[in-house]
Design a protein around this ligand. Sequence first.
Ligand SMILES: Nc1ncnc2c1ncn2[C@@H]1O[C@H](COP(=O)(O)OP(=O)(O)OP(=O)(O)O)[C@@H](O)[C@H]1O
Ligand SMILES: [Mg+2]
Length: 165
Amino acid sequence: MPRNLVIYPGSFDPITNGHLDLVERGARIFDELVVAVLLNMEKEPLFTVNERVEMLRQVTQTLPNVSVDTFSGLLVDYARRRQARAILRGIRAISDYEYELQMALMNRKLEPEIETVFMMPAESYTYISSRLVKEIFRHGGVVKGLVPPIVEERLQRKLAAVGGQ
Ligand SMILES: Nc1ncnc2c1ncn2[C@@H]1O[C@H](COP(=O)(O)OP(=O)(O)OP(=O)(O)O)[C@@H](O)[C@H]1O
Ligand SMILES: [Mg+2]
């Protein structure tokens, strides 16, 4: 029987409770979910790819049909290699829509066989982004409830290492 595999791509720098909410929702409707960390990002990351993968593995270890991988190059090429049926993306607010629509339609043009599926997180997570979490943390704000506890610890260590607080 063909398994329904979905790829959830992103930079996950770091994973937030919003991402995790989406992973849990996706894992309930697909047979397998692969969280795929994009390697060649334009933005300067806070965490290395290995650190991000490690955190993702830790926070998804209780979900048996979820795995973590990395990819570079075109997402559709990677999705094809993994024989994925779909790409999962999150929509937090209208502001996500325009960019996500463009990406989804471009990916459909490149690979018509792979669908993009959008899911919404719980309302309480709609305002969370990795960028904001990092910004809040840098300025000494409280990130409790925005990221999993192990990510909070890593943020603390990371900022201590780079000469923060
Ligand atoms: N809080 C959230 N709820 C639902 N989906 C989310 C949330 N945060 C991110 N996503 C979705 O997860 C996918 C990967 O996003 P990405 O790695 O860019 O995270 P991000 O939090 O948006 O990070 P950044 O702030 O660096 O852009 C995207 O489809 C994005 O819309
Ligand atoms: Mg983003």
